[in-house]
Write a protein that binds this ligand. Structure first.
Ligand code: SAM
Length: 277
């Protein structure tokens, strides 16, 4: 087994997806895209060796950070006191982001930033969905392939469950691509930075019916929906009027999936109230 690569005296841990940003111009481009302002509540996921953290703290007096690696957390605590860096030594997959925005009722929501560990990025994005009522926006470095899926349009080969689920909840934009050489150690693939702004009109919707209808629809994405999604919807008691039976899941736009999720939620509610009678 190859020994772990040491970066600034730290043995990079593969299991935590540790690829540290080494290119200062990329760090500057991310911070410029975030454009943090004093008075905003910033949360960084996975600060690591603080490439982004240091630059963010040049622009705002304090921020929150969630780091799973005990050694890195100790280094960060030695560098900044809690009045500047509120460090949460925790797994972001289990972290209660909503608890950081006690005044979230409309005025004081979170801005979330991170060069995310690629091995957990999709579950982390889904986890953050549950907290989006407390969040304004997210800027993340991810595997480019994942960013391509997030921003994909109907009909493209990248368009799928993740595209619809996230576009239903956020305005998404791919900002720029980052090559492997920008990191130490370099990952095997290209990365990209994505901006995700929470859609306030839908921030209180429960994403669960949408997740169910997408799971049913995209199980066979290239088949006509008359043999896949339509029978499933009929079984759930959902009115399928207006859907072209010859369409394929990969061709249906986000508004159509959202409308189906709403009809599914109504059908569920109808069943619950009929059961209560
Ligand atoms: N932000 C630093 C940078 O840009 O150089 C480090 C980025 S590195 C790709 C990912 C960071 O996330 C590491 O510091 C890693 O320890 C941390 N991390 C990995 N899994 C995590 C998790 N589940 N919760 C919180 N932090 C995690």
């Amino acid at each position: 087994m190859q020994p772990a690569r040491r970066v600034a005296g730290h043995a990079a841990r593969k299991r935590f997806g540790q690829h540290f940003l080494a290119d200062r111009s990329v760090v500057a481009a991310i911070v410029a895209a975030v454009d943090p302002r004093p008075g905003q509540t910033l949360v960084e996921i996975g600060p690591g060796l603080a490439a982004l953290t240091g630059e963010l703290l040049e622009r705002v007096p304090d921020l929150h950070a969630v780091e799973i690696d005990r050694d890195l957390a100790a280094r960060l605590r030695r560098r900044w006191g809690p009045e500047r860096l509120a460090l949460h030594e925790a797994d972001a997959l289990r972290f209660d982001f909503g608890a950081l925005a006690p005044a979230a009722q409309g005025r004081h929501r979170l801005r979330v930033v991170g060069n995310l560990p690629y091995n957990v990025s999709s579950p982390l994005l889904v986890r953050l969905l549950a907290h989006r009522a407390s969040i304004d926006d997210q800027h993340f470095m991810l595997q480019k392939e994942v960013v391509d899926r997030i921003v994909a349009r109907p009909g493209s080969s990248d368009y799928g469950r993740l595209s619809v689920l996230l576009q239903a909840c956020y305005e998404v934009e791919s900002l720029f691509v980052v090559p492997p050489q920008a990191f130490d150690p370099p990952p095997r693939v290209d990365s990209a930075v994505v901006r995700m702004i929470v859609r306030r009109d839908l921030a209180d919707d429960n994403p669960e019916p949408l997740q169910r209808v997408l799971a049913a629809g995209f199980a066979q994405r290239r088949k006509m929906i008359r043999g896949t999604l339509l029978p499933w919807l009929a079984q759930q008691g959902v009115d399928c009027a207006g859907l072209d039976p010859e369409a394929r899941a990969e061709e249906l736009d986000v508004a159509t999936w959202l409308a189906l999720a709403r009809r599914l939620a109504q059908a569920d509610a109808g069943r619950v109230s009929a059961g209560a009678r």
